[in-house]
Design a protein around this ligand. Structure first.
Ligand SMILES: *[C@@H]1O[C@H](CO)[C@@H](O)[C@H](O)[C@H]1NC(C)=O
Ligand SMILES: *[C@@H]1O[C@H](CO)[C@@H](O)[C@H](O)[C@H]1NC(C)=O
Ligand SMILES: *[C@@H]1O[C@H](CO)[C@@H](O)[C@H](O)[C@H]1NC(C)=O
Ligand SMILES: *[C@@H]1O[C@H](CO)[C@@H](O)[C@H](O)[C@H]1NC(C)=O
Ligand SMILES: *[C@@H]1O[C@H](CO)[C@@H](O)[C@H](O)[C@H]1NC(C)=O
Ligand SMILES: *[C@@H]1O[C@H](CO)[C@@H](O)[C@H](O)[C@H]1NC(C)=O
Ligand SMILES: *[C@@H]1O[C@H](CO)[C@@H](O)[C@H](O)[C@H]1NC(C)=O
Ligand SMILES: CC(=O)N[C@H]1CO[C@H](CO)[C@@H](O)[C@@H]1O
Length: 837
């Protein structure tokens, strides 16, 4: 905003010192064929909202760039007029008007161009084939939104219109705009170049801002659609106002910057013309936005923004694409000559005469301000401006005319040619300008490619350093770009962290680029083939958390060399030793009243089964197999049954004597030693039947359990049929329960030994251990299952030993004087007699 003001002041200053020039009279010349020109000589239209009458739209400030483009057209036409080969003998005229960057302002000259040659009216006809409008072709306007309005008008009349700046992709539609051409590439090419640049640097988390006009909206829309297909995620997209006089504009800009700050992106793509871009950059500097990489376009990068914003370097790195346009040789000298000419009265006099010849007094928008501009004012812009598009545009029309008229290199037939007849000669026919070849492609544009430039600051002055170019593919010389970062390296702008091996990407929200790195859970692993999930390990393998591979599971069962096993084996040996010692002791004292009273030889049998029971602990150690699993239960049930059957006989005897003394003599001989063996055999036989039943219903079998242990496979016996299990062990339980019922009420006098008490305790201990066993067994799923079983066997054995046999050993060894017939033999025989007394 400051520089044009400055220019104005300067020009007023000059105006005060020098007399005004006649530059404004240089933009119209009569000729055989008139070419219309639409250029933004000025900007900032005066109070459009207050326009209540349909008066002329004017603008207040000079736009130097537009003036230079117009001079470019003038230069091209003068050159063509001078040329002896392009249009020999034909004089091109021109008529240029101001558009003020405003579609409303551009409409009026456009309508003028359409008026019939020599009149100011546009006839309403059925057939316009013979209609001769004032101009043969139109150059301009510069901006896409102006083109979209004017191109409709010219397209109806099929008047060739060649824009030197409109890049909107919409204008590529040759069905809607059949007579529209342009000498700049479409935004689609630009956007593709920007996307390639982002990909080259791996930037996929970016913000994009467009100005709220045809160019910004169009380019940003294209960018968004192409970016989405190239794995680029848009953290923020926004539009910034073009009407900066609007009071809301300031807030809008501030909000935009705050939102961008929030996204923490490092890359901002900005599609805007210089004014909105300048306002945005000024705000970001003022608000202290951290340094970013700004990716720009020709629309603002080459303007005088850099010179007019103080401290502009603090915005960070600026990179962007500008059209690859060559220079136009001789133009600067031509402009310099012209500026000196327009100060000469004679030259000005001639110019005004030419202007009168144009006999159009209808419009007078020919850059009034231009008369107060000096060469010095425009020199900096003159060196930067891209003139080639305008220049080529004029030449394209001249070549079409050359072909339409059928000119040779020597002469042109003065034929009459209608504007619409030029179109055929413009489509896809190549033409040469200053040795470079051009042609309009299918969509009526020229794609000359782009240069990637970098704002390089040296000693506080800015140079546009070319660092790459784009023509179908992108080349970037990275070593030339010095990023404004701590290490001068390219910054990263990624939404995600790089995941460590063993982590998978979990997409966050709706942004495909954003994801969290999540550890693969146990028993799954991360494979490079599919980075978005973890693959489960096969059953016989395992893996820890965050793993990239699976490991084989080792087998787990109760090993022989485990400390726990050794402890259990030791306990087993002790129990077996105790059992053997007891057996030896009983055998030596077989004939004593105590041993006889407690069952005689049956005791030896019971101790033998107890010993077998203890030995069966070995079945639970080592790698289990189906057979071992089956044998374990059978051995346990049978051994325990052998022991309990002796208790059962003893209990029966006690009950008979105690509860049924009258029947006792009759039945007692059933439990005499010899018959007792029969009963024991019967018990065992029954248990064997149950065991067969168990084998038939389904014995325990080996299972390989992959689930219970984290890194090992558990080999464990599993119960196939709980019914068979209950049958087999329930039978022992019933025996034990009968024993308990028979013995727990038996009382004896202090003088007599109570055999029943030992059985009661032994059976009670058995029950208590089983209750614990069942509870533990049902819940445990590890090797401790085997340990529980061994523990149950050993504690049961020890319990029976301790409650039934050890007290008797104590009497035999330490209280031999009690080992009398009197104390034992009749203890339960006397009892009922005592009770009956
Ligand atoms: C624009 O017009 C309004 C209403 O006529 C007037 O109040 C305002 O001052 C004008 N602004 C300028 C810059 O001329
Ligand atoms: C046209 O030719 C004349 C003389 O032949 C020369 O002075 C003038 O500079 C030329 N103009 C351009 C634009 O080339
Ligand atoms: C336009 O009219 C003028 C005279 O009014 C004439 O000299 C000129 O040749 C006409 N141009 C065309 C292209 O017919
Ligand atoms: C339009 O006018 C031209 C010339 O007068 C004539 O050749 C052509 O056939 C007309 N076209 C139509 C569709 O009437
Ligand atoms: C950007 O955000 C940070 C905190 O996230 C804050 O400290 C800083 O002031 C913000 N800057 C702007 C320009 O809003
Ligand atoms: C940079 O500027 C300083 C003074 O502003 C000057 O002395 C020096 O020569 C300049 N260096 C270059 C490389 O232009
Ligand atoms: C890239 O730029 C560096 C520094 O200007 C230059 O030395 C090098 O030759 C360039 N590389 C290419 C391939 O142009
Ligand atoms: C043939 C013709 O009219 N040539 C003119 C083209 O324009 C230049 C510059 O204005 C004139 O010098 C030529 O006379």
């Amino acid at each position: 905003i400051m520089v044009p003001d400055l220019l104005l002041c300067l020009s007023f200053g000059y105006a005060a010192a020098l007399k005004p020039t006649c530059l404004s009279a240089q933009f119209r010349r009569p000729g055989d064929y008139i070419i219309g020109g639409l250029f933004p000589f000025g900007m900032d239209t005066v109070n459009l909202t207050a326009r209540s009458e349909p008066t002329l739209v004017v603008c207040e400030r000079l736009f130097v760039g537009g003036l230079i483009w117009a001079l470019g057209m003038k230069f091209a036409i003068d050159q063509i007029n001078n040329s002896t080969s392009l249009l020999p003998g034909v004089r091109l005229g021109y008529d240029m008007y101001d558009t003020c960057f405003e579609p409303l302002a551009a409409l009026q000259p456009s309508l003028l161009f359409l008026t019939q040659n020599g009149t100011t009216g546009i006839g309403v006809l059925c057939n316009y084939s013979d209609y001769q409008p004032r101009v043969t072709a139109v150059i301009g306007p510069h901006k896409s939104d102006l083109c979209l309005v004017t191109a409709k008008l010219f397209s109806f009349f099929l008047i060739p219109q060649v824009s030197y700046g409109a890049s909107s992709e919409k204008l590529s539609n040759t069905e809607l705009y059949p007579s529209f051409y342009r000498t700049v590439p479409s935004d689609k090419n630009l956007v593709e170049a920007v996307v390639l640049l982002l990909n080259k640097f791996g930037w996929n988390w970016i913000a994009t801002i467009g100005s709220d006009d045809e160019y910004g909206r169009g380019a940003q829309g294209l960018f968004l659609s192409i970016a989405a297909n190239n794995n680029i995620c848009i953290a923020f997209e926004g539009l910034i106002p073009t009407d900066l006089a609007d009071p809301k504009a300031k807030n809008q800009l501030e909000d935009t910057i705050k939102l961008i700050n929030k996204t923490k992106v490092n890359i901002i793509v900005l599609f805007a013309f210089s004014q909105p871009a300048q306002a945005l950059l000024e705000h970001s500097i003022r608000m202290g936005l951290s340094e970013k990489v700004w990716i720009g376009t020709e629309a603002w990068m080459l303007s005088d923004i850099a010179a007019s914003i103080p401290n502009i370097q603090s915005i960070g790195t600026v990179l962007g694409f500008i059209m690859k346009a060559g220079t136009v040789p001789g133009f600067q000298k031509y402009v310099a000559d012209l500026f000196s000419s327009v100060q000469q009265d004679k030259f000005c006099q001639e110019s005004r005469e030419f202007n009168h010849l144009m006999n159009s007094d209808t419009l007078d928008t020919h850059c009034k301000q231009c008369d107060h501009v000096s060469l010095h004012d425009i020199s900096s812009m003159l060196s930067r401006s891209q003139i080639q598009p305008v220049y080529v545009a004029v030449y394209s029309v001249a070549y079409a005319l050359h072909r339409a008229l059928g000119c040779t290199h020597q002469a042109c037939p003065k034929a009459s040619v209608r504007s619409w007849q030029l179109l055929d000669f413009m489509n896809t026919l190549p033409f040469k300008v200053n040795g470079q070849s051009f042609r309009f492609d299918q969509s009526h544009g020229t794609n000359t490619g782009y240069k990637l430039i970098f704002w390089s600051w040296k000693n506080g002055t800015l140079t546009y350093l070319p660092v790459g170019d784009y023509e179908e593919s992108l080349y970037v010389n990275k070593s030339q770009i010095q990023f404004h970062t701590a290490d001068e390296k390219e910054p990263t702008s990624e939404c995600f962290r790089h995941c460590k091996p063993g982590q998978f990407r979990q997409i966050k929200g709706f942004h495909l680029c954003c994801y969290d790195c999540t550890d693969c859970p146990e028993n799954t692993f991360w494979s490079a083939k599919d980075s978005s999930t973890c693959t489960p390990c096969v059953e016989h393998q395992w893996s820890p958390v965050r793993s990239t591979q699976c490991y084989d599971r080792s087998e787990r069962y109760l090993f022989w060399n485990e400390p726990l096993t050794i402890a259990l084996l030791t306990l087993m040996c002790i129990t077996i030793s105790l059992t053997c010692l007891t057996a030896v002791l009983f055998f030596k004292n077989l004939e004593t009243p105590l041993v006889q009273a407690s069952g005689g030889k049956l005791n030896l049998f019971a101790l033998f089964t107890l010993m077998l029971l203890c030995l069966s602990c070995c079945l639970y150690i080592g790698k289990p197999s189906n057979n071992l699993c089956m044998i374990q239960q059978i051995v346990y049930a049978l051994c325990l049954n052998g022991c309990f059957s002796t208790f059962f006989i003893k209990s029966l005897e006690i009950t008979l004597v105690r509860e049924f003394p009258r029947c006792a003599p009759t039945f007692l001989h059933w439990v005499t030693p010899r018959r007792a063996w029969l009963l024991v055999a019967l018990c065992l036989l029954t248990e064997c039947l149950f065991c067969l039943c168990y084998l038939h219903l389904g014995p325990d079998y080996l299972v390989t359990d992959y689930k219970s242990l984290p890194t090992e496979v558990l080999l464990v016996c599993n119960t196939e049929s709980w019914f068979a299990f209950a049958l087999m062990h329930g039978y022992n339980g019933c025996l034990a329960f009968v024993c308990l019922l028979c013995t727990f009420m038996v009382e004896t006098s202090g003088k007599k030994y109570n055999i029943a008490r030992g059985i009661t305790f032994a059976v009670l201990i058995y029950f208590i251990i089983w209750i614990f066993f069942i509870a533990i067994f049902a819940t445990l799923k590890t090797v401790l299952r085997s340990v529980t079983q061994i523990g149950t066997i050993l504690t049961t054995s020890l319990g029976i030993l301790g409650t039934y046999y050890i007290p008797k050993c104590y009497i035999i060894l330490l209280k031999p004087y009690l080992n009398t017939v009197d104390y034992f033999q009749n203890s339960f025989k006397e009892k009922p007699e005592e009770d009956s007394q």
